[in-house]
Design a protein around this ligand. Structure first.
Ligand SMILES: Nc1ncnc2c1ncn2[C@@H]1O[C@H](COP(=O)(O)OP(=O)(O)OP(=O)(O)O)[C@@H](O)[C@H]1O
Length: 450
């Protein structure tokens, strides 16, 4: 069966060319786009010119290296850009790449024209994405967040590093030609001004490009947290049945009474909004939480179709072919009359978009849905995400950082059955043998890990 994504419907290849002075969040935006598109099964990869420059041996340059009159250094930087572009083109061809992101400053029109020409020669749609900011407080925060710890400044005093980085920025400012309404009117571009205070978009032609634009328009960089919890143990969990709309078990209700304290312990007095599914077990789990609540149909559990309400043993007996097919490709397998993990990801896209826009959110939902949301934030590949073990009666805290997400797990001291089913068996519960290599992705995390 063929699965269509936005990319293969349009048969399109896009190169997102980042533009902007250092410390304007280009790498941050580039990595987020790659994570978002990969989660949607669109093949995407980032090519960071700075990494190529470092690989060429220019690992710890000072600001003078970035002076545009320094011809020797300019040659090294030009070579790094050429190498990044060559690898990017090879990636489109060899790996059927769809969206590449060229992450560099690309501050001069001459450099952008060079990239434009190469893209046109290879039938690739160039889309320029500029991050522009005159908010010096934010720039200083960015330098403090990520630049002082960059490999360029390894072993260098943080204050010296900050001053040198500011000097580096001033070297770029001398030659910077921002995207211009008149001069660049024929280009496809997006210009983000002070994150997304103002967004200028020009000549966006395809659906894929418009998706990227919509995504970056919704990003913010204010600190916040997302908490995830499965519903408390349900009557169906105890009976080893999947699906349904059952009530919580007695232990499930005990978890719901403990949850407010668990959240308070993690969130302090911060205000947050609770999102649940429309099913009874998530709403019962959230009923004691003293926060605003919203119920989303999109957060309902993966629909098991004709198998809804059955145990895995019954499914194996009644539908042995389906049982096997699901184990073989759990991400793509769709229950007859129901859904696959891929279907769930597609219906979760508006949830992810809204999560990007929001501040503190606590989501109480179901195992499969949680796996998909967790996979987005933690960049877990599709073939692994359906096999992740996410235990009941555990609160997970996600803290998005500049380049990644910090995870903390808080276990409630309330016992619950394990609903985890390993590959190749109809029995639920974690075995002592590592039957499925991915099952411990969450279990093995230390209490707090980055
Ligand atoms: N649109 C934005 N504008 C300004 N800062 C942003 C934006 N998006 C993210 N940031 C912040 O930028 C910081 C990361 O900077 P990043 O390394 O991505 O900058 P860069 O532009 O790639 O710099 P360089 O060119 O030196 O690699 C993070 O602290 C992040 O919060």
């Amino acid at each position: 069966m063929a699965f269509y994504t936005v990319s293969n419907v349009e048969n399109l290849r896009v190169c997102v060319v980042m533009v902007g002075l250092p410390a304007r969040g280009k790498s941050f935006i580039a990595q987020k786009i790659v994570r978002y598109l990969s989660w949607l099964s669109i093949k995407a990869k980032c090519f960071n010119v700075g990494n190529y420059r470092r690989q060429s041996g220019s690992g710890h340059p000072n600001a003078e290296f970035f002076d545009f009159n320094n011809t020797e250094a300019f040659g090294i930087r030009q070579k790094a850009a050429e190498q990044a572009v060559a690898d990017m083109m090879a990636w489109y061809e060899r790996e059927n790449g769809v969206v590449a992101i060229l992450d560099g400053t690309n501050t001069t029109r001459e450099r952008r024209d060079w990239i434009l020409k190469i893209c046109r020669e290879h039938a690739i749609e160039p889309m320029f994405l500029e991050s522009w900011s005159d908010d010096m407080d934010m720039v200083l925060r960015n330098i403090s967040d990520v630049k002082k710890s960059s490999p360029d400044y390894e072993g260098i005093d943080p204050e010296v590093a900050t001053n040198d980085f500011l000097k580096r920025i001033s070297k770029y400012e001398k030659v910077y030609e921002p995207l211009d309404h008149e001069l660049d009117k024929n280009l496809t571009y997006v210009k983000l001004i002070n994150v997304a205070q103002e967004v200028i978009i020009n000549r966006i032609q395809t659906y894929l490009e418009s998706r990227v634009v919509f995504y970056v328009m919704n990003l913010h960089i204010r600190p916040r947290c997302i908490w995830l919890s499965r519903h408390g143990e349900s009557l169906y969990n105890v009976e080893k049945k999947i699906g349904g709309d059952s009530w919580l078990s007695e232990r499930g209700f005990r978890y719901s009474y403990k949850l407010p304290d668990l959240v308070k312990q993690s969130a302090g007095d911060a205000d947050l909004t609770v999102w649940t599914s429309t099913l009874i077990r998530t709403q019962q789990t959230a009923q004691e939480l003293p926060y605003k609540q919203l119920h989303w149909k999109a957060l309902d559990e993966l629909d098991a179709g004709v198998c809804d309400g059955m145990t895995y043993e019954e499914i194996e007996e009644k539908y042995p072919g389906d049982f096997k097919a699901r184990d073989e490709n759990k991400y793509e397998y769709r229950y007859p009359g129901g859904e696959s993990y891929r279907d769930v990801v597609i219906r979760l896209e508006p949830i992810i978009m809204e999560l990007e826009r929001q501040e503190n959110i606590l989501i109480v939902t179901h195992q499969a849905v949680l796996r998909c949301i967790y996979a987005y934030f933690m960049n877990v590949p599709q073939e692994e995400s359906p096999w992740m073990s996410i235990p009941l009666h555990t609160l997970i805290k996600l803290e998005p950082k500049a380049y990644g997400t910090k995870v903390t797990r808080i276990k409630a001291d309330v016992p619950a059955v394990s609903t985890y089913k390993e590959k190749g068996t109809s029995q639920v519960g974690e075995s002592t043998q590592d039957g499925t290599k991915f099952r411990n992705i969450l279990l093995n995390l230390p209490e707090s890990s980055k």
